[in-house]
Design a binder for this molecule. Structure first.
Ligand SMILES: NC(=O)C1=CN([C@@H]2O[C@H](COP(=O)(O)OP(=O)(O)OC[C@H]3O[C@@H](n4cnc5c(N)ncnc54)[C@H](OP(=O)(O)O)[C@@H]3O)[C@@H](O)[C@H]2O)C=CC1
Ligand SMILES: O=C(O)[C@@H]1CCC=N1
Length: 255
């Protein structure tokens, strides 16, 4: 996820010289320097002059890294957490008063500039610092500002969401091959269908159910497919899956 954001920032025209990365495996740090032109250093040094500090380690590693860098974070800085399930309060308790904290749930399409970020500001984050974070993340996609209590729902819908779409893609490609297509053609058809449907949904004021109705001729092929999905409980399974992701997100954040 850290590299996803880094590549989105660089692709959107942020100057690599303005970005400092902390990566503990030297071989990988060298690779990031070579590919993106960024500087790399240890976390305490990296945060010292940073206006925005992104934390993109695994949730269980957050406490240790925040403790290490806390004395070095500028009180005027914003700490932007991308870690699933880690509460704003965990940062605020460890950081000096005045440091703004923003919790964000990203998703992987940010690597192609089509990410979705749900962001929640902490108590020291004023409008100006929130706007700066929103502008930064918009280089990787769209941003929705939500209260922190909604982060589990955001995680379940858009954080994990790309995996649901890839799961659908896997099934469509495999079924296309079973129906006689070669795999490359099945992938092309699936890919463009997902892209086209997503673009149509984004462009339309109509509900998805209405867009689906327009594809569905009476007693035609789509009707046959949707009826079969319903018989197999696909809709119910998807809703249950999203609810399970939200529950797991709540468990991970200890709520
Ligand atoms: N992947 C996704 O789609 C999403 C991820 N996220 C969040 O993003 C965060 C990162 O996830 P992801 O990229 O998948 O995880 P990864 O484990 O791939 O990336 C985290 C990286 O941080 C490194 N790291 C850990 N501690 C330090 C340290 N002290 N200094 C420098 N580097 C360190 C890890 O190294 P090592 O492995 O050697 O410890 C690892 O390379 C998580 O908190 C996750 O919840 C949120 C939404 C979506
Ligand atoms: O699966 C996970 O836990 C992380 C959070 C959202 C997407 N990936």
């Amino acid at each position: 996820m850290g590299e996803t954001l880094l590549s989105a920032f660089v692709a959107s025209g942020r100057r690599p010289g303005d970005l400092v990365v902390s990566e503990k495996v030297e071989e990988r740090a060298a690779d990031l320097r070579a590919r993106y032109g960024v500087q790399t250093t240890d976390p305490a040094t990296a945060v010292q002059r940073a206006a925005v500090v992104l934390v993109v380690v695994k949730p269980q590693d957050v406490a240790a890294i925040v403790q290490d860098v806390a004395p070095h974070v500028d009180p005027a800085a914003t700490v932007l957490s991308l870690a699933a399930g880690v509460r704003i309060a965990a940062y605020e308790d460890a950081l000096a008063d005045g440091v703004a904290v923003v919790r964000a749930m990203p998703n992987t399409p940010a690597v192609v500039g089509e990410g979705m970020f749900g962001v929640s500001p902490g108590r020291a984050c004023d409008e100006e610092r929130l706007a700066a974070v929103v502008a930064l993340l918009e280089t990787g996609g769209r941003v929705a500002v939500v209260p922190e209590e909604q982060q589990d729902a955001v995680t379940a819908v858009s954080g994990s969401g790309p995996a649901y779409v890839f799961y659908l893609a896997e099934a469509m490609i495999d079924a296309g091959v079973d129906a006689g297509l070669d795999r490359e053609t099945a992938r092309t058809l699936t890919e463009q269908t997902l892209r086209g449907a997503a673009a149509l949904l984004a462009d339309s004021d109509d509900e998805p159910a209405e867009l689906r109705r327009r594809v569905t001729s009476p007693n035609g092929t789509t009707h046959a497919a949707i009826t079969t999905f319903d018989e197999h409980g696909v809709d119910e399974g998807l809703r249950a899956g999203v609810r399970a992701a939200a529950r797991r997100s709540a468990e991970l954040s200890g709520s």
